[in-house]
Write a protein that binds this ligand. Structure first.
Ligand code: F6P
Length: 345
């Protein structure tokens, strides 16, 4: 009988629990597999912090936000160094009788998974990110939910903006890619969508704000946290560094608001949606995607198809090499941004 360790790592994401549930149900019912939960991502693997995961422990999980396993932004290699980390992890897996790992995570997590896989750890990956920036999968679960949450929140911002004749700025997540901003911005008919992939000058942004105001509309700006205007050299950051020494982003909307107000004379307010976008129940679409990916992951384990990641391509779930899933982010192509530009101003 194959014993599979499951871990969730990196930022959490609606749908993680639905993946875990699908793995355990499909694996235990149809393949006779057993499961071990690894707590708080790579930390639990390095420290051998494991729990049993059986059918009963995943009951009703499909609609639950967050991850019952916990997560962290820890590297599996840490201070032990890469090779030492691998030997230590292999020893932990052996002692717990774990034959294979299902690793649910984003780019950083999957890159670590690929290194472990190249050292002989039997791994299948599942892509996860609300940012939807993994190039090997068309969509990752969590993204749809984040867009729905942002759309609902921005609709609300619009009604209060209309009452007060204000310009409203909604800041959404998106470190390197503006997919959430693009989709939520189109869905709410934003007059400006500002994303990390596309620079825009402050003059241009103010023009996009002024035009609808002159038509008697409430200007709406949707900005991704990683946006860099032509006057800036790097994304706005005022919250220090994260565990990987990357600047914690957030606050660009608050930076833009007074500038827009001063230059246009239009009262401007900014709201940062932040972690609201990652919390709570997954949308129906994300529950379905997460369930299909979880099912496909244990099928890949059954086939001993190590070093692969399950991915969504068109309407299919396919397997791709882990190496395909790392190293290149799926950013918003210029033509996709251009598609939205007829809404601007
Ligand atoms: O990677 C997903 C993401 O939500 C990014 O959009 C954002 O920059 C980051 O996580 C925030 O991470 P944390 O919750 O660790 O602050």
């Amino acid at each position: 009988m194959t014993r599979i360790g499951i871990l969730t790592s990196g930022g959490d994401c609606p749908g993680l629990n639905a993946v875990i549930r699908a793995c355990v149900l499909r694996g235990s019912r149809d393949h006779g597999q057993e499961f071990v939960g690894i707590l708080d991502g790579w930390r639990g693997l390095v420290e051998a912090d494991f729990i049993d995961l059986d059918w009963m422990s995943v009951r009703g999980l499909g609609k639950l936000g967050g991850t019952i396993l916990g997560t962290s932004r820890t590297s599996p290699f840490g201070e032990r160094g890469e090779a030492g980390g691998v030997a230590h992890i292999k020893a932990n897996l052996r002692s717990a009788g774990v034959d294979a790992l299902i690793v649910i995570g984003g780019e950083g997590t999957l890159a670590a998974a690929q290194i472990l896989s190249s050292h002989g750890v039997q791994i299948v990956g599942v892509p996860k990110t609300i940012d939807n920036d993994l190039s090997a999968t068309d969509y990752s679960f969590g993204f749809h939910t984040a867009v729905e949450i942002a759309t609902e929140a921005i609709d609300r911002l619009k009604t209060t903006g209309e009452s007060h004749h204000r310009c409203m700025i909604a800041e959404v997540m998106g470190r390197h890619s503006g997919w959430i901003a693009l989709h939520a911005g189109i869905a709410t008919s934003a007059h400006a969508i500002l994303i990390p992939e596309q620079k825009a000058s402050l003059d241009q942004i103010c023009d996009w704000v002024q035009q609808p105001f002159q038509r008697g509309r409430t200007p709406l700006v949707v900005v991704a946290e990683g946006f860099v205007s032509t006057e800036m050299t790097q994304p706005h950051s005022e919250r220090g560094l994260d565990a990987f020494n990357r600047p914690r982003l957030g606050g660009i909307g608050d930076q833009l608001a007074p500038i827009i107000e001063e230059r246009t004379g239009i009262e401007t307010r900014s709201t940062t949606l932040g972690h609201i976008q990652r919390g709570g129940a997954p949308s129906g679409a994300d529950r379905v995607l997460a369930t299909r990916l979880g099912r496909a992951a244990v099928d890949a384990v059954k086939d001993a198809d190590w070093g692969t990641m399950v991915a969504s391509r068109g309407t299919d779930i396919v397997r791709v090499g882990l190496e395909e899933s790392v190293g290149r982010l799926k950013t918003v192509p210029p033509e996709r941004y251009d598609e939205a530009s007829f809404l601007f101003g």
